[in-house]
Design a protein around this ligand. Structure first.
Ligand code: DON
Length: 572
């Protein structure tokens, strides 16, 4: 009796101690960055600081997000952009939530077979390199729309920091030096890209000051004349002229003038009592994320254990199925019918989950594989901003490939995207991410290519809990999925959830992609015995999740930047 009492006192004391130390004691990863008022998590310390400065001057999360996005166009040129597009998921503290869609649109000259030769074969690199790979850029229009409807500051004020950065320059850091060097072969193909990023053969090194006078002139025009300048002014004229010179007028002044950013209604679901707000078409991300969460909610992932063979098995099986549906059903819902409600319905997940055998891997049927290239680099970028009032902006935008099409519009410092490759240039054949896609995502004039970008917001008891997103092509969706599961099912801190190793399965090719040290040998052996296939080598990194959480007890903003790409969360 005596012994039992002592034991129970001991147990309750240990429990109290555990409760006391858990929230502040980091385990295997760093503690998140803490800020009482506002927080920015992005891939660049300079850009994060610009966002914080905007909030300190009284700006809200959207003002700061626009300033961060414009600054990234200067300091992180492989993905930050004026010449690309993306999505900004916004939730205001009064509960309004909106997805600003500023995805690129195909020029009027685009059509289904534009990247195919007379025999119907894909013309190598035609949707990847050079002017004709570009869709009409949406970034400036999207940021202007977000700012006008949800921001509080003037366009010129949020634009100015980027102008100064381009004009005065900033010290190159190692990550930037490496990304420029790894794209150097293709950047060298275009005189302005060669001059600006490679200094005609003498690329910038860590610590050197990188000034971009052409880009500064573009920002100056944007500051002085407003965002329409990009679509109707001197910048538009220079883009159209460059298109005439290099690509038979592929993108015209009319295309630019007619570009439209759109507000879309976000998709919502409930996962284990938490509301998830995520990206609708033209992203596939939200639909696939919800389908996977619906499937996985049928399993007790917590008791299976993080990255146990049982948990990895059901995660991979859910991924396989959601990506098979992505390939078949998804495209720009302004153009084709996308069964959004069907794919995200819990009943549908019941049916899908019933096809998962807990002891055996399925095989991705309908083998239609081409030879996916091993192309992999850090192209897209995500950042998240939370302000002192609890408004949040979660933004993913991109040029698609690293440095997009590698072509810089002469005299503007603007790199053009190669987002046209996100269409199915030849439906049924893999694109540069090895993704197979159907006629629903075929090229058409003014259509938006299907995306995987998945900026996402999670609510707890109806209030903002955390928000995140990532680059990584198709791996984006699975990076967001695993971050959500790590927090919600495994009780990780936001930084642990971001740091934890990830896997990726995209149906075709039928294999699990994993990170170095992410799947231990015993677990891998066991999964292989169950019939799973793994890539020959692990990847160094999957994704780059930039997340912010609100701490339950205190309301403190917890910033978690992903260690994989050297970003930084800054709060105040
Ligand atoms: O929209 C998409 O899904 C792609 N263009 C994103 C590309 C990407 O994330 C590359 N980043 N690593």
């Amino acid at each position: 009796m005596h012994y039992k009492k002592a034991l129970s006192v001991f147990l309750s004391l240990s429990l109290m101690l555990a409760l006391l130390v858990t929230p502040t004691t980091p385990a295997a990863s760093r503690a998140p960055v803490r800020g009482k008022h506002g927080m920015v998590a992005s891939v660049s310390e300079i850009a994060s600081q610009i966002g914080v400065d905007i909030m300190k001057r009284g700006g809200n999360a959207v003002d700061a997000a626009v300033a961060v996005g414009l600054a990234l166009a200067v300091v992180w040129p492989e993905a930050g952009n004026l010449g690309g597009g993306g999505f900004m998921m916004i939730r205001m503290n009064d509960g309004r939530a909106v997805a600003v869609d500023y995805r690129e649109m195909a020029p009027a000259a685009a059509h289904r077979n534009v990247y195919l030769d007379a025999q119907g074969n894909y013309i190598k690199d035609s949707s990847v390199i050079g002017h004709k790979a570009a869709g009409v850029p949406g970034t400036v229009a999207g940021f202007a729309l977000a700012l006008e409807k949800y921001g509080t500051m003037k366009w010129a004020d949020v634009c100015e920091p980027a102008w100064k950065l381009a004009r005065d320059g900033f010290p190159v850091w190692y990550q930037l030096e490496t990304s420029i060097k790894s794209a150097s072969r293709n950047l060298a193909l275009f005189p302005d890209s060669n001059r600006i990023y490679l200094r005609n053969g003498k690329p910038y090194e860590d610590g050197e000051i990188f000034q971009q006078p052409d880009l500064a002139a573009t920002f100056e025009r944007l500051v002085k004349n407003g965002p329409r300048e990009f679509y109707e002014g001197e910048t538009a004229r220079l883009i159209a002229e460059s298109m005439k010179k290099h690509a038979n007028g592929w993108m015209t002044m009319d295309d630019l003038k007619n570009y439209q950013a759109k507000e879309r209604v976000p998709l919502r679901t409930n996962y284990r009592g938490h509301e998830i707000i995520t990206m609708p078409p033209p992203s596939s991300g939200g639909i696939a994320l919800i389908e996977m969460l619906n499937i996985l909610s049928r399993y007790d992932l917590k008791s299976m254990g993080f990255n146990s063979s049982r948990e990895l098995h059901v995660k991979a099986e859910a991924m396989r199925r959601a990506f098979a549906d992505r390939a078949e059903f998804l495209g720009d819902a302004d153009f084709v019918k996308v069964p959004v409600a069907g794919l995200t319905a819990p009943k549908y997940a019941d049916k899908i989950a019933a096809t998962i055998n807990l002891n055996r891997a399925s095989t991705s049927q309908k083998i239609r594989h081409g030879k996916p290239s091993a192309y992999e680099s850090p192209e897209t970028t995500h950042f998240t901003v939370v302000d002192k009032d609890g408004n949040v902006a979660s933004n993913t935008y991109t040029l698609n490939g690293s440095f997009g099409s590698f072509a810089t519009v002469e005299g503007t410092g603007i790199l053009l995207n190669n987002e046209m490759d996100d269409f199915a240039a030849k439906p049924g054949s893999p694109n540069m991410y090895g993704l197979i896609q159907s006629e629903k995502n075929a090229v058409a004039a003014r259509k938006r290519p299907l995306s995987a970008m998945t900026p996402t917001i999670v609510l707890k008891d109806g209030k903002l809990w955390f928000a995140c997103g990532s680059p990584g092509g198709p791996t984006i969706i699975n990076t967001v999925l695993q971050t959500l599961i790590n927090v919600i099912d495994h009780g990780m801190t936001i930084q642990e959830a971001v740091d934890a190793p990830r896997i990726h399965h995209q149906w075709m090719p039928d294999e699990i992609v994993y990170e170095v040290g992410g799947v231990v040998a015993d677990v891998k052996d066991r999964l292989q015995l169950m019939g799973h296939r793994f890539t020959d080598k692990p990847r160094r990194a999957i994704g780059d999740c930039e997340a912010i959480m609100i701490e339950d007890r205190t309301g403190i903003r917890l910033g978690a930047s992903d260690p994989r790409r050297g970003g930084k969360a800054i709060g105040y």
